[in-house]
Design a protein around this ligand. Sequence first.
Ligand code: COA
Length: 335
Amino acid sequence: MNDINRSDIRSNAVITAIGSYVPERILTNADLEKLVDTNDEWIVQRTGIKERHIAAVHQFTSHLCFEAVHNMIERYNITVTDIDYIIVATSTPDAVFPSVASQVQSHLGIENCGAVDLQAACAGFTAAIQLANGLLVSGAYRKILVVGAETLSKITDYSDRTTCILFGDGAGAFLMESSDDDRGNVLSMYSKTDGSRGHQLYRSSLASAIGDHAIHTNGMIVQNGREVYRWAVSHVAEGVKQLMERSRLSAADINWFIPHSANMRIIEALCERTGFSLDQTLSSIKLFGNTSAASIPLAIDEAVKAGTIKHDQIMLLYGFGGGLTQSGIIIRWSL
Ligand code: COA
């Protein structure tokens, strides 16, 4: 299944299906008012979030992945047993090992298939697409399932009002395949990381320091919201501009900007600094909150289901977050 045939080498990668899932339970701003000293007006004004979906007690990231993939199978009537590689981008795996990807392999009953989890926090989905693209273009694999999935509610401290208002659960999946068509879907990519700022946004249950910085080890998300905000609006905006420069494209040449749905204020600031209008920007922030690796595929799938994204349109997807790391791609939409 994984044999490299010379004729496969330098094929192109195309996106052939998309699916998504969010858990049933909704956590509204009114619900949060009962947990911490906050209110709907403050949350909406600072973050743009109205609701988030929260996994059930016994529902973990792998279960969300299964649902997103089944959603994809039903909508596109596709075969998944010949998938030869699975990448799950997540910061909330059911266990450190086995990987969530291996649970997806087992659930789908695929016999010959590589499976890895990728951890790049909120940049995870775009990083996974970059890697899948490389594996397909090299000819090493032919059909790759990429899923971004999180159960952030499991690692959110619901007594910390500065973080618990932000996060939600969900999953989104792309099927990517090699193609002999001379037009690939991934047009260009860009990544940048600044590990010296890692202590500004983390989750640890092991190490009690990141670099020289002492950190909490309670296994919950901890962030310096103001520092993360400052980094996002300056360094991430610069990264988006670098990606466009590299592609010789401007905001006017790009149909859709899909930044990670960290929060609406960050998205607005990114738009202001990069030349995108809010009308050409898609997000999943209002009804799903910050779902980390799932936020970009969720935003895209909502727009696909609404018929907003059209075949052949150009889209800039940009993930950023814990690391601190950023990972962006420009793609041509093929569905
Ligand atoms: N409800 C009501 N008041 C709140 C609150 C809440 N949920 N959380 C904090 N506050 C209060 C603070 O205590 C503070 O009060 P004070 O002025 O009396 O001290 C005030 O609101 C302002 O706090 P501050 O932390 O400066 O708020 P902020 O404007 O920076 O907004 C965030 C907080 C978290 C929304 C903002 O920093 C942010 O968006 N950061 C980026 C976080 C992020 O996106 N992380 C994920 C990246 S992938």
